[in-house]
Design a protein around this ligand. Structure first.
Ligand SMILES: Cc1cc2nc3c(=O)[nH]c(=O)nc-3n(C[C@H](O)[C@H](O)[C@H](O)COP(=O)(O)OP(=O)(O)OC[C@H]3O[C@@H](n4cnc5c(N)ncnc54)[C@H](O)[C@@H]3O)c2cc1C
Length: 354
């Protein structure tokens, strides 16, 4: 009989899992009172990369996921993902030579470009460095649009998407057998928590500790502008990308930091930086800011795995990059019992007291 899976949370992670698991023959119920992507997917920069916060095991998972974004895009051209590449003129205080050396040893396709080449590639950058790093396999995705796309595929494949809010997990002996919701209990063979920053609160209702932090992430968004940049661009004090509608999103710090403390003041600072960074014939117009929360496990790395019978956890930062890998590898583990070595470092047991 088909495994019955209850997925709590329809951000990019829960939505791709609903699709993949339904596709693998599971009977999937995805629940979320919102369909806009919670505190993260709706307000994310969506840069897909394998370069940030990088021991080898984390790099490997992200690199694998980037290849899977390409594969899904090849099969579904309307997926809101583009492999537009990245230009690094700086990398958060780490010398570019160091970033290049480490990742090139691992085979990451970085290329140096001099000022003249950068000028031809990104002519609207106001100040060009003597050299920058290019990476053509990195990309950009709108996580809440991708989540919607995955939900649509999931529903077409037989998954059910309903709107209850989960209030607690239901425990029977050692096992989790479902969740109570504001519309009554839902039972399942496996309850999959993909609730982003809310994962810890729900797990705590079954006396399970999921050590999570939720650093704020401020982004500013301009009104649509003529195309000014093609790649995701990292400068000394800004990371930015331009969406298909022409609007530009920009942030200043991946790990929280000063611009997040006062979002109004922070937005003004970021917008000034953006105007100084880009040359534009028409003045850029500020649209709004967003203040997201990054679902970040305490050691910085994804939590992916089953801490107890009947429950599976998927919570992470860099979920925009990792969604395809999580969708594919978690589905394999749940449906076959085989855990891919790429997931070895990410089991929740690493936090268990020894
Ligand atoms: C400012 C910012 C910039 C970022 N930039 C990048 C980037 O460039 N690259 C990258 O890879 N990652 C980036 N991230 C991280 C990435 O966006 C997240 O890792 C990813 O979106 C997490 O997705 P999720 O589905 O796990 O969580 P969420 O998007 O938070 O979704 C969780 C869902 O669970 C639902 N939910 C919560 N509680 C309950 C409940 N009790 N019952 C039912 N449903 C519930 C919520 O409504 C929500 O829809 C960024 C994040 C932020 C905030």
């Amino acid at each position: 009989m088909a495994q019955k899976i209850l997925i709590i949370g329809a951000g990019i992670i829960g939505s791709i899992l609903a699709w993949r698991l339904a596709n693998a023959g599971c009977k999937v119920t995805l629940i979320d009172p919102s369909d806009t992507g919670g505190t993260a997917s709706a307000v994310s920069l969506g840069w897909t990369n394998a370069t940030y916060e990088n021991p080898r095991f984390y790099y490997d998972l992200r690199l694998f996921s980037m290849t899977r974004w390409d594969a899904i895009k090849a099969a579904h051209p309307d997926l809101p993902y583009t492999r537009n590449g990245t230009l690094y003129t700086s990398f958060y205080g780490i010398p570019l030579d160091t970033v290049f050396a480490e990742h090139s040893t691992w085979g990451y396709p970085f290329q140096w470009a001099d000022t003249a080449e950068l000028q031809s590639l990104e002519p609207n950058l106001a100040a060009l460095p003597e050299r920058g790093l290019l990476c053509d396999i990195e990309g950009h995705v709108a996580p809440h649009h991708a989540a919607k796309f995955f939900r649509t595929q999931a529903i077409k494949t037989g998954a059910e998407f309903i709107k209850p809010h989960a209030t607690s997990l239901i425990r029977k002996g050692d096992a989790i057998i479902g969740a109570n919701t504001d519309q009554g209990p839902l039972t399942a063979d496996i309850t999959l928590l993909a609730a982003g920053t809310e994962t810890a609160t729900l797990a705590a209702t079954a006396n399970l500790d999921v050590p999570l932090t939720a650093p704020a992430g401020l982004l500013i968004h301009t009104k649509p502008a003529p195309r000014l940049i093609t790649r995701t661009i990292l400068t000394e004090d800004l990371h930015m990308a331009q969406w298909p509608d022409g609007s530009i999103s920009a942030g200043g710090d991946f790990g929280g930091g000063a611009v997040n403390d006062d979002p109004i003041k922070g937005s003004e600072i970021l917008f000034e930086r953006l105007k100084n960074t880009l040359k534009s014939e028409h003045p850029l117009e500020f649209s709004h800011h967003t203040l997201g929360l990054r679902p970040t496990p305490k050691d910085g790395f994804p939590i992916i795995g089953s801490p107890t019978k009947g429950l599976y956890l998927t919570v992470m930062h860099s979920g925009a990059t990792l969604a395809p890998a999580v969708g594919e590898l978690v589905t394999t583990e749940i449906t076959t019992g085989q855990r891919d070595p790429l997931l070895s470092a990410f089991h929740p047991d690493r936090f268990a007291p020894h």
